[in-house]
Design a protein. Sequence first.
Lengths: 425, 143
Amino acid sequence: MNFIVEIERSKKAKLEADDFDSYLRKIYEPDLTNLLKKCYQCARCSGVCQISKVQKFTPSRIIQMILEGFEDEIINSQVLWDCLMCNSCLQHCPKDINFADIVRIARYKMRVKDIQNPDRSIAHKGIYPLMSEMMSQDNMEIERPLDWIPKSCTTSDKGNILYYVGCLPFFNYEFEDSLSIAESTLKIICQLEKDPVVVLKDEICCGHDLYWGQAKFESFIELAKKNIKRFEETGATTIVTACAECYRTFKIDYPTLFEDFKKKFEVKHIIEYIFDKWKQGKVQFKNPNKSHEVIPFTYHDPCRLSRFLPKDNKIIEEVREIFNNLKIIGYNFKEMEHNKENSYCCGVNSWMNCNERSKALRYKRLLEAKAVGTKMITSCPKCRMHLNCLKKDYDNFSSIEILDFSEFLVDLIKIIEPNQTIEEN
Amino acid sequence: MSKSKKKLSKKDFHPNILCFCCNWCSYAGADLAGVSRFQYPPTIRIVRVMCSGRVDPAFILEAFKDGIDGVIVTGCHIGDCHYLKGNEFARDRFERFQEVLKIFNLDKRFRLEWVSASEGKRFAEVITEFTNKIKKLGPLFAT
């Protein structure tokens, strides 16, 4: 009897392993040279890489070494844990070599085959990736607090439009008022939608940090499966998120794993969402203060909305169109020295590498912001957190206010009610 | 950890509890409990740290992830810390961390206690009480 049970169990385990392998094949390419063949060593990537200026880390050299068969040496040297994954190199590469993707695959090799421990480069003792991993486990019950939802909003379990909150309630324990991003985003969506918005109580992580940071693809695939199943249960067709990383994951990484994800759900970042409504004439911008003081402000492009998206889908011009329109109400938009695709990275990606080198990057970024304005807007909650964290350490940055896109717009938006009454009469 | 998963019936469920003890008070307290032969259940695994302020919330989540049924952190009484303020940092940190544990439904499986070097009996009591509580809650990953 035990014998039969054991056979069945091993069969089931084998099935599960096959299932995992079929998904892994879509996001993992074991032969790195295939992806790098096009490189002709112009070394622009090394020129633009911010890390290469302070440390022995040159992307072009790494590529050439892999091409010449020294892949094991690169993997043993552990140097790829130091990559910031900002993808500036892709922006300047004439051959479109996606270096961040190569680092991601190499990190999987480093972790699984070489059994390396990336602890020295993980920030916050890796507590946030740990939370994501916990959520990927089968028996874990998640119960998020929903007391941050503003009273004017009606939410439900089922509906057409879903607001994906992301990790904001978890960040709240270390970083103050990160939930205000969620609050103001939901306020905007609720004003624009007639039906109640879906906010899940048992929402789980999208898996972005595990995918890019420590390359834990096993947990990422589990999370993706669970997420899609939960989204289907709600009956939602549109997913709105205020997080740049969640957006990139839903827009590109989930569809590579599950082809039908694109057909089932339409994913929108809050910038896209407001831009569409503005173009439809449902939204206007108005200054509640009515003062004649002109406030200069600037915008920090998160890498996930600029460099990490395909060329024709980048969310860069939409924001600028909205911001240039704000000039009438007393907000003057100015560009920083490095902007759009060339903007500096905030230095920390997927909770990796928060050290003096990345802090120097953030310092540079804040200096640029200080030169042009008093407000710095960004559309990635993590950029906001990391920059705010550095701002506290230096007194000379106290004049800059770092805000999320939705936090900035929530007071300026005026909803135009559809004039149904006139039509009815 | 796999043992606790196999024993599913609540009666003979033997919980695994991780206990962080600070070197100066609680570890000496645990020592005293042993020397004075106070009885307490053999459910805990003690990890000695130099101060309760050394314990990071990530350690606790990692323990839960690997299948531990309960975690208890012990340190010196407030004001008695060998490093002056270490246990105050620990207290503040874990107070905030409760929010996260609540989301995972783990807040009942974690406890922060102050035990001094002379309180061997109290150490035994705390462990007995906490073990009974975990026994009532059952294994963490019950299927």
